[in-house]
Design a protein around this ligand. Structure first.
Ligand SMILES: C[S@@+](CC[C@H](N)C(=O)[O-])C[C@H]1O[C@@H](n2cnc3c(N)ncnc32)[C@H](O)[C@@H]1O
Length: 248
């Protein structure tokens, strides 16, 4: 039987594709259960179950408006003869609180500021339980403060497994695939700002971001020089980015 697929944005489809890939050898991909934190209208949750990537999704949001809209969108659809609400629970929740027993092995936190995403992870202590170590893939997409989110992740025992740069309606988004293993790691300033795997992979979108960051850093340096302020850290960052540019 064919499935009706509600196609999401390029950004959400990229996040879903990342979720569909194995987290560890031997993982059972027919058993993917997800939480989408900040689900808004539940477009991602609907796509995840319709496309067969996830067998169940908890779509949560902190605000009543999105929860109502998400419930309405879910209630209008069916999947393989069953109401879509058999596959998607829509719940009102702040971050991951109250969702610790959902046994999710994929957790999406997309479309929020990097510091809001860090705060949601920080309050979810169940992530650090021994049983959950290495078993949950987090798919994160910050709208701002990417560098602060990367720093939080590395300082708090998360491994940034991979990153994708996604172009959607003329804007470039970083979509990260992350897992908690308890080990602390360090990145250089340019790796924090641009993403280590983005630097390793390079490509057209990466060069576009790199050039943008170089322009912003140059401007910040000249502003600080005019104000007679120390520029050492920014100059080191600029130097690292110029070296990366030379290799591209
Ligand atoms: C800009 S929308 C992004 C929606 C969707 N995740 C996406 O990427 O297209 C942000 C959503 O996150 C919700 N949100 C913000 N803070 C939250 C929190 N602490 N817990 C759950 N949802 C939250 C907002 O109500 C809003 O619906």
């Amino acid at each position: 039987m064919g499935r009706d697929i509600t196609v999401p944005s390029v950004r959400l489809a990229a996040a879903a594709k990342i979720a569909a890939a194995l987290l560890y050898d031997g993982e059972d991909l027919s058993d993917l259960t997800a939480i989408d934190v900040g689900c808004d209208h539940a477009k991602l949750a609907i796509y995840l179950v319709q496309s067969g990537i996830c067998k169940h999704v908890t779509a949560s949001d902190i605000n009543d408006g999105p929860v109502e809209k998400a419930r309405e969108n879910v209630s209008r659809r069916t999947l393989m003869g069953k109401p879509l609400s058999d596959y998607i629970d829509v719940v009102l929740a702040d971050g991951l609180s109250g969702l610790e027993n959902r046994n999710a092995n994929r957790i999406f936190i997309l479309g929020m500021g990097g510091e809001v995403i860090s705060g949601i992870l920080d309050r979810a202590t169940f992530i650090k339980k021994q049983d959950n170590k290495g078993k949950i893939k987090f798919i994160l997409q910050p709208m701002t403060s990417e560098d602060k989110l990367r720093k939080y992740l590395l300082d708090n025992g998360y491994n940034i497994l991979d990153e994708e740069m996604v172009l959607d309606k003329e804007r470039v988004y970083a979509v990260m695939s992350v897992c908690f293993d308890g080990e602390k790691r360090e990145y250089t300033p340019a790796e924090l700002l641009l993403g280590k795997s983005n630097i390793e992979k390079g490509g057209e979108l990466f060069v576009r971001q790199l050039e943008r960051r170089i322009r912003i850093t140059n401007k910040a340096i000249s502003e600080r020089k005019t104000a007679d302020l120390d520029c050492t850290e920014l100059e080191e960052l600029l130097c690292e980015m110029m070296n990366i540019k030379e290799r591209e």
